[in-house]
Design a protein around this ligand. Structure first.
Ligand code: ADP
Ligand code: MG
Length: 590
């Protein structure tokens, strides 16, 4: 039942629905279709949505006698009182969108409910009802919005080019199509089908169609507690955050809290850029506030620390599994070629790198209107993606098992080759060693009592005058780590005790490095961490230092014991994998 909210409740919904561009109208209309339980949604644009927007769904429809009510401000079937505002499970709730859109356009709605013999057709211009009559219609609702902002020239001026406005809509529909993978979306722009999704509920399948550069098949599944979804291995990143989609209770949101959890989950394993992520977060509706932003794009979490740490945990479990090992072929692999239907070709041809290329594609369209789509790349073969694609229900992957590896060789005095069940792994001896030292130092630092172990023969460290001057200021830092050290005068420091977790040799190198880099401007913890990273780098075996098989075994054993064996403290990988599948494919066996 659609009813007008009382003014008290209406006023509480302070954020207000604001239609400022075609994409904001499309967003509201598509959300209405989803709320109506649609299995199929068609979005059609002309002129970037400025001249024409059509949204057709097969949802529950609107009863003829409620059609006009739906367009009244604060008319909604989704909540009825202020307490419902605390438990919103639908995307809409303000009862303002239809009224707002109708007020600034010429709008036609055709709708029929399941049990009605006939449908209803309602026409409004600038919010005024022009006609309301019986009409034949399929079950569901079609809303056509023409000449957006025809009566508000000020707002019309702020719209961007047709291509830019269309691009924003396409980006939005791509995101909804992933979130609502069970809904079949069709996106049509200026008479051309831009993409169609299958609507079979397969999130990765949808992601693969819509973002071919997302390497959907290589994303790592995660599922724990309030969060499920997919993340990339730490080596697969983008320079911006466009590869990160966050959905909270089915609502697409921007969220610093989620971002933070994601980054923490990688715990320093990202060398540069932003990882890819599709995260679905479930929260008790009472624990979030979705009514703080006109576009409902921002939300507030009541338990934000909990949300952040659950995400971090889930992400960390996923990337610490074997699936997080960078794939040597991942970067260079050309998508497998295969025939694609015209729809898929339309969806994929423009996209070498997701949205940017759709933008380029739209720019091209602008220049040479309505030319058939060119196909610069081999079509992306979704079947190859499906093959090793984990289903959404799959468990979090098992942790990587070093004991399954067997030694197969050592090349360039730097790389160790190990074989696993269906992949071979190439270890970088320097990076691996760095990781081992770093964890050893860190653990020592964290666990030790920081009480120095006296050394039998105290040793001195002689430094240059400048180092002596700055080093003197920083002796307390060394003492906190577990050194017993004093200023011996004449550019010399005397060390009488060293941390229990360092050998004498390591300790001497560490103390020297510390003194040489003394810099009081940073926090002690950061400084320790940096120093430990530097020391682990210096202590680690270099590339081209030939190791014996015994040393290699020892290195592997110690790496396997690390908390994070997958990357060095700088974030570079300690090992990469080459799957037998990729090898076979390279030899054209597959
Ligand atoms: P809200 O979504 O906040 O309730 P809207 O102005 O967007 O407000 O829509 C008003 C009402 O019209 C909705 O509550 C719903 O009952 C009905 N409605 C809108 N669009 C559709 C649709 N596509 N299918 C079925 N009902 C719809
Ligand atoms: Mg709505």
């Amino acid at each position: 039942m659609i009813r007008v909210l009382d003014s008290f409740t209406a006023d509480k919904i302070a954020a207000g629905e604001v239609i400022e561009r075609p994409v904001s109208a499309v967003k509201e209309l598509v959300e209405n279709s989803i709320d109506a339980g649609a299995a199929q949604i068609i979005v059609e644009l002309r002129g970037g949505g400025k001249s024409y927007i059509r949204i057709t769904d097969d949802g529950c429809g609107i009863a003829a006698d409620e059609a006009e009510t739906a367009f009244l401000r604060h008319a909604t079937s989704k909540i009825s009182s202020i307490s419902d505002l605390d438990e919103i499970s639908s995307l809409g709730f303000r009862g303002e969108a239809l009224a707002s859109i109708a007020a600034v356009s010429r709008l036609t709605m055709v709708s029929r409910t399941e049990d009605a013999a006939a449908g209803v057709k309602l026409v409004l211009h600038g919010g005024q009802v022009i006609s309301c009559e019986r009409a034949g219609a399929n079950r569901g609702t079609t809303i056509i919005v023409e000449d957006l902002f025809y009566n508000t020239p000020a707002r019309r001026k702020f719209m961007k080019s047709d291509a830019r406005e269309a691009s924003a809509v396409i980006e939005l529909i791509q995101q909804y199509a992933i979130c609502y993978a069970g809904v079949k979306f069709m996106m049509i722009n200026n008479g051309q089908t831009v993409f169609t999704t299958r609507g079979d509920g397969d999130v990765l399948g949808a992601a693969g169609i819509l973002y071919p550069d997302m390497h959907a098949q290589r994303l790592i599944p995660l599922e724990s507690g309030i969060v499920r979804g997919y993340v990339s291995d730490p080596g697969t990143t983008r320079s911006n955050r466009k590869g990160q989609l966050f959905f909270v209770n089915g609502r697409l949101v921007n969220s610093a809290v989620i971002e933070k959890g994601l980054v923490e989950g990688y715990s320093g394993r990202i060398f540069s850029g932003h990882p890819l992520a599709i995260l679905f977060i479930e929260q008790d509706p009472r624990d979030i506030d979705v009514n703080i932003h006109p576009g409902k794009r921002e939300i507030r979490f009541l338990r934000q620390d909990e949300v952040c740490s659950s995400i971090a945990d889930a992400v960390s479990t996923a990337v610490m599994s074997g699936r997080g090992i960078p794939d040597a072929f991942a970067v260079r692999t050309e998508p497998a070629s295969g025939s694609a239907g015209p729809e898929r070709a339309a969806a994929e041809a423009p996209a070498e790198s997701g949205q940017t290329s759709i933008r380029d594609y739209l720019k091209d369209l602008e220049r040479t209107p309505r030319e058939p789509l060119s196909q610069p790349h081999a079509a992306y073969d979704i079947s190859s993606v499906k093959e090793d694609m984990p289903s959404f229900e799959s468990q979090a992957p098992a942790p990587f098992d070093f004991s399954e590896l067997s030694f197969r060789g050592y090349v360039f005095d730097t790389y160790i080759i190990m074989q696993g069940a269906d992949s071979l792994y190439i270890f970088d001896q320097h990076a691996a060693h760095e990781r081992i030292f770093y964890e050893k130092f860190m653990e020592g630092y964290n666990n030790s009592s920081h009480i120095p172990q006296p050394v039998l023969t105290p040793f001195t460290i002689n430094v240059s005058a400048d180092v002596y001057l700055s080093g003197r200021q920083d002796l307390d830092g060394l003492r906190r780590i577990g050194f017993e050290v004093e200023d011996f005068g004449d550019r010399t420091f005397m060390v009488r005790g060293v941390p229990e977790y360092m050998t004498l040799e390591e300790a001497e190198g560490f103390a020297r490095g510390w003194l040489e880099g003394a810099d009081g401007s940073r926090s002690a913890n950061d400084a320790v961490r940096d120093k430990l990273i530097m020391r682990s780098c210096k202590s680690a075996v270099k590339a081209n230092d030939s190791l014996s098989e015994l040393e290699i075994n020892d290195l592997m054993r110690r790496l396997a014991g690390c908390a994070n064996p997958f990357s060095c403290p700088h974030g570079r990988p300690t090992f990469i994998k080459v799957t037998s599948y990729d090898i076979e494919r390279s030899f054209k066996r597959k």
